[in-house]
Design a protein around this ligand. Structure first.
Ligand code: ADP
Ligand code: GLC
Length: 484
């Protein structure tokens, strides 16, 4: 089994969110199962700097817009997974993020940047590959950034490899003017609703869903949700048409990276059987963030993109009531400026009780996950969500809305789930501020009044197997089905 895993971000080389975590950890889990896997990623400056063993692999010609590119081969040291890097300085080597510049403005040449990524993946899966000794039989694509790959494979490259597309978020689709078709070397004969077109535009994501041999998404609940208008972002019709080929597989976590027993970012490591260390981590976090050092004050943690999806606009208005109930808040995130400002304002007005860090900070994200008493994640939709899984692993029970992967991983605490030891968090009844407040208050009730019960809920989450063990096998079965 040889798999090319094409992605626009991969931890620890380049990361904006959960896609990077999955792209770092799933290939590694598959490699442990004996799959010969290589990751394909654009040669952003950060990627070229992070891989120290890069060497020439091949030259590619006839690429859209840029003509030529070089392929380099390197290894991610942490996992020993091989990475093929597309070296194309003109489109990838620049300051800023993978999708946008430092001010958050999308790169205007994103259709080229990700058109080229898609095209290279398709070439490597087909008869025109310049690689003589490695031909994948599966090309595994992720999100709109590699959405054109299955289309190139079928319509242009006549590739022998099978294609899989994993949907990590239907909210981002990569829709561009139809004039991009000839530029990207796609046949205009397929620009219609039964093909590449989505309401007059070229849609990278639709192309992927339409032409892929198999479609997966990152939780069973999200697989159902995206076949409905409320969650499908306009592609629910196509998704339900292809419902038989659509499978939801819950993400796992990289237990080497996210493990309170070994996490190097913490002042003290701890585990389900030695929870005392978590108190020291909390005190260190309170100190670092300028919060009052108080073991009894329930500390609510948030690490998140600040966007409509994540529902944190439901949290901001109830912060004063939560502070009245004795809570502290530690938030790390970035995104929509209105939300950033609302939280900055709360921090200014409640010094010592509310800490807000706007920006991206990997060590602090681990410290908040470990040092908080509960993790707040009221997402309106959540394909899988990794942070609630990290919360479970760190004895930080998540408070979540019942959607997508949150619904599939967090089990609400009630008399039945408490008794059968499955309760691992708290689940809102609907996405609203009132419901979030009610849910946090229920959690506070246990936290403040029943230490044994709280410890049990923590332990239930911490003793779950959240690794890729099971889900990686499901991907392997999916590949095997395609090749059978
Ligand atoms: P999404 O991919 O939708 O943003 P996930 O929960 O799947 O949500 O994954 C988010 C990942 O990004 C997690 O690893 C989380 O810790 C990380 N993350 C999000 N915001 C920040 C931030 N401001 N600083 C550090 N890490 C962050
Ligand atoms: C997306 C989703 C998130 C998921 C991640 C990895 O960013 O928003 O829910 O966990 O992809 O699959």
């Amino acid at each position: 089994m040889r798999v090319l895993f094409a992605t626009s971000e991969v931890f620890p080389l380049i990361k904006t969110g959960g896609l990077a975590d999955v792209s770092g950890s799933l290939p590694s889990a598959l490699q442990h199962l004996g799959v010969d896997i290589r990751i394909l990623v654009p040669g952003y400056t950060a990627v070229l700097n992070a891989l120290t063993d890069l060497h020439h692999l091949a030259h590619l010609a006839h690429l859209p817009v840029i003509g030529h590119a070089e392929l380099l081969l390197g290894t991610i040291q942490e996992t020993q997974v091989k990475v093929i890097v597309i070296k194309a300085a003109g489109i990838y080597e620049r300051a800023g993020g993978p999708y946008a510049d430092a001010n958050g403005l999308e790169w205007l040449d994103n259709p080229v940047r990700f058109g080229v990524l898609s095209k290279v993946a398709a070439i490597l899966g087909g008869p025109n590959s310049p690689l003589t000794d490695w031909h994948p039989n599966i090309v595994h694509c992720n999100d709109w950034q590699t959405g054109l790959t299955p289309a190139y494979m079928k319509l242009v490259e006549h590739a022998q490899a099978k294609s899989v597309i994993s949907l990590h978020n239907m909210a981002f689709q990569g829709c561009y003017a139809p004039s991009w078709l000839p530029t990207l070397g796609l046949p205009s004969t397929h620009f219609n609703p039964e093909g590449l077109e989505y309401h007059g535009q070229l849609s990278f994501l639709k192309a992927g869903i339409f032409y892929a041999d198999s479609i997966t998404t990152v939780s069973p609940s999200y697989a159902k949700e995206i076949q409905t208008p409320a969650f499908g972002f306009g592609l629910e019709g196509l998704l339900s048409k292809r419902g038989n080929e659509l499978k939801g597989i819950l993400n796992g976590i990289e237990t080497k990276e996210w493990n309170p027993k070994t996490d190097p970012h913490l002042v003290k490591n701890y585990s389900a059987t030695q929870l005392a260390g978590k108190k020291q981590v909390k005190a260190a976090l309170q100190e670092r963030l300028g919060l009052e050092i108080n073991a009894d004050a329930p500390l609510l943690g948030v690490v998140s993109r600040l966007t409509h999806q994540k529902g944190l606009d439901m949290l901001a208005p109830i912060v004063p009531q939560l502070l009245d109930a004795g809570c502290q808040l530690a938030l790390l995130g970035g995104g929509e400026s209105e939300l950033e400002n609302a939280f900055r304002h709360l921090a200014r007005n409640h010094l010592g009780r509310v800490s807000v860090n706007i920006g991206y900070n990997e060590p602090l994200s681990h410290q908040i996950m470990a040092g908080s008493d509960m993790f707040i994640m009221p997402s309106r939709f959540e394909p899988c969500g990794l942070n609630q899984l990290y919360g479970l692993a760190y004895g930080t029970p998540p408070v979540v809305n019942a959607t997508g992967g949150l619904a599939d991983s967090v089990i609400d605490t009630n008399i039945i789930t408490y008794k059968n030891k499955t309760a691992n968090g708290f689940v809102m009844s609907e996405p609203s501020s009132a419901s979030l407040l009610h849910c946090i208050k229920q959690a506070l009730n246990v936290f403040k009044n029943d230490a044994d019960a709280w410890r049990q809920i923590q332990k239930n989450g911490m003793s779950q197997n959240l690794s890729w063990d099971k889900s990686a096998l499901e991907y392997l079965a999916e590949y095997q089905k395609l090749l059978a």
